[in-house]
Design a protein around this ligand. Structure first.
Ligand SMILES: Nc1ncnc2c1ncn2[C@@H]1O[C@H](COP(=O)(O)OP(=O)(O)OP(=O)(O)O)[C@@H](O)[C@H]1O
Length: 319
């Protein structure tokens, strides 16, 4: 569905996108994740024919983004960071006009608008003026606008930025639902780690205009970081004795605590606690720490992606 080779965009001396090779198969949901200024939007703008690459090539839905712009545009939906819908119109009318602009007949445009209004949960507000809609409703209307011509491929640039957590969750649900119903290929950008983690089966981490990692969230976390089991003891002597009992796992002792790097920590922790009990040094506390995509980014770049401190995925277990 997407194939790029050495895709590059320079703005004067800024290398916004620096040689991206990317293949996206039909039906994939891919999240481009990266800090501000990483080159995510610029990549999307090249793939949607809005700006030409400085170098490299990109084919989208089978057509070249420079030489066959019209063909590409007919087959994609693009929801940028601003609001697409006009403010004084009613949502339903906006959708119908957009459908007409893509060449649908009046009846088809109406039917398609009604279907999208239904599937994006806009039934109660579609006949109100766009200016009266909430941020989350406006964003869903934007998505409906991008989908009116039934594109094979949908690009969403930071769909949930500016929405409160409830509206974000609601929007994410709608996007996943649309995809399940229509098998649309979706490429979205985000700097919300949890959004990339929960929605995308494939996360492409971008930094300084380059792809630095590309895999499923689960594999990225397992390969680059892994889980940790943290065991707490009442006394340092017990921790030291437990460390020798668990020698094969290479525990690192910090005072009364043992840190063990492992895979599949939640599965292993019960056996580990049983072993310690059998050895006569039962743990007083245990904590399983699972990595986040931020840990992956930190591991790869030495910097954090996190803005505003998203919560760790921790599982506390009473012993
Ligand atoms: N029209 C432009 N003129 C000059 N520089 C630009 C232009 N557009 C983007 N840039 C620069 O290119 C780099 C990449 O920007 P881009 O918007 O693609 O990043 P991003 O990853 O989408 O960031 P954000 O998460 O903040 O949207 C940044 O350094 C940005 O300042």
């Amino acid at each position: 569905m997407i194939e790029t080779q050495g895709l590059t965009k320079h703005f004067k001396d800024v290398r916004a996108v620096d040689g991206i090779d990317l293949t996206v198969a039909p039906g994939e949901l891919v999240a481009l994740l990266g800090p501000n200024g990483a080159g995510k939007s610029t990549t999307l703008r090249m793939l949607t024919t809005l700006i030409p690459p400085t170098a490299g090539t990109a084919r989208v839905a089978g057509f070249d983004v420079v030489r066959q712009q019209r063909e590409v545009r007919l087959r994609i939906g693009y929801i940028g960071q601003g609001n697409g819908a006009g403010h004084s119109q009613r949502g339903r009318d906006e959708l119908i006009s957009q459908g007409r602009a893509y060449g649908l007949g009046v009846r088809d445009a109406r039917t398609r608008a009604a279907t999208l209004i239904d599937s994006l949960g806009l039934g109660e507000v579609a006949d109100r003026r766009v200016s009266s809609l909430s941020g989350g409703q406006r964003r869903r209307l934007d998505i409906a606008m991008g989908l009116i011509h039934s594109p094979e491929l949908l690009f969403l640039d930071e769909p949930s930025t500016g929405l409160d957590p409830q509206n974000r969750a609601n929007l994410q649900e709608h996007i996943l639902d649309l995809r399940a119903r229509h098998a649309t290929t979706i490429v979205l950008t985000t700097h919300y780690l949890d959004e990339a983690d929960s929605m995308a089966e494939r996360v492409i981490v971008v930094d300084h205009g380059r792809i630095i990692a590309d895999d499923s969230p689960q594999r990225l976390k397992a390969e680059h970081v892994g889980d940790r089991i943290i065991l707490g003891f009442d006394h340092e002597t017990e921790a030291a004795s437990a460390a020798s009992a668990l020698g094969g796992l290479d525990p690192v002792r910090e005072g009364t605590r043992l840190l063990i790097a492992t895979q599949e920590a939640p599965r292993r922790v019960t056996g580990l606690l049983d072993d310690l009990r059998a050895h006569g040094t039962p743990a007083a506390e245990v904590e399983v720490v699972r990595p986040t995509l931020d840990d992956v980014f930190l591991q790869l770049t030495g910097r954090s992606l996190r803005e505003g401190g998203a919560a760790d995925t921790r599982e506390l277990v009473e012993v």
